[in-house]
Design a protein around this ligand. Structure first.
Ligand code: MD3
Ligand code: FE
Length: 209
């Protein structure tokens, strides 16, 4: 446990599982909403590329359609990905009831090239107290896990590598966090990624279907 409710499980995903997820992400990246750099209301452009399933996150709300991209309805959130999320919660918390109750309805899929970063932020658009499940594939990175007060210290830097699971629940759910560094040349070709890092987060939006 990195902080209350924050559990890191290194190498939870088998190489076969990683490869299946990479293949699925390549398909989702083609549409109906393309993998793209999100443009913020400030005019800033995120360096990661993102595509969503189930619900589309646009700064700073969830919608069924990608009104900030091409207006298309996002691809469905597949049942098998919910099953993987429940298995992840069971593994991280050892709590079968928490796992059964976890009903993610959106996935945010981020791709980092070696230069991409994610600034310190909170995820506050979800109207749910459910945990967030994070799956990392590909290049290693520094994941910075902070506090609930602001972007600055105190924070803890954790290295995330290919196959790692991280679950954020309870008091950790609203902590600031970010990715200040991706390590070039640490991709996972066996998983089908020759460069860069993929991160999938499975979440409950709390949106009424
Ligand atoms: C802690 N993604 O998509 S995953 C994001 O690696 C995001 O792509 C990072 O932050 C990435 O919003 C970090 C870990 C993560 C995701 C969501 C969280 C940690 C979290 C929500 C609440 C607390
Ligand atoms: Fe986040």
């Amino acid at each position: 446990m990195v902080a209350p409710g924050a559990v890191h499980v290194p190498e939870w995903l088998s190489v076969e599982r990683r490869a299946e997820l990479v293949t699925a992400c390549r398909r989702w990246a083609r549409g109906p909403v393309p993998f793209r750099h999100t443009v913020l209301p400030s005019g800033g452009v995120m360096s990661v590329r993102t595509v969503c399933l189930g619900w589309h996150w646009q700064p700073y709300r969830y919608a069924r359609t990608a009104d900030d991209v091409n207006g298309a309805r996002v691809a469905a959130f597949p049942e098998w990905l919910g099953d993987l999320g429940r298995a992840a919660v069971a593994e991280a918390y050892g709590d079968e009831e928490a796992a059964r109750e976890f009903a993610p309805d959106t996935a945010l899929i981020n791709f980092y090239d070696d230069a991409a970063r994610m600034g310190m932020h909170q995820d506050k658009e979800e109207r749910s107290g459910a945990p967030v499940v994070s799956l990392s594939i590909g290049a290693r990175c520094v994941f910075r896990f902070g506090n609930t007060e602001g972007r600055g210290q105190p924070y803890t830097d954790v290295e995330l590598a290919s196959g790692d699971l991280f679950v954020f629940g309870g008091p950790s759910r609203f902590a600031y966090h970010g990715v200040p560094k991706v390590y070039a040349g640490t991709a996972d070709p066996a998983a089908g990624l020759r460069a860069g890092r993929l991160n999938l987060t499975l979440r409950e939006t709390g949106m009424a279907s």
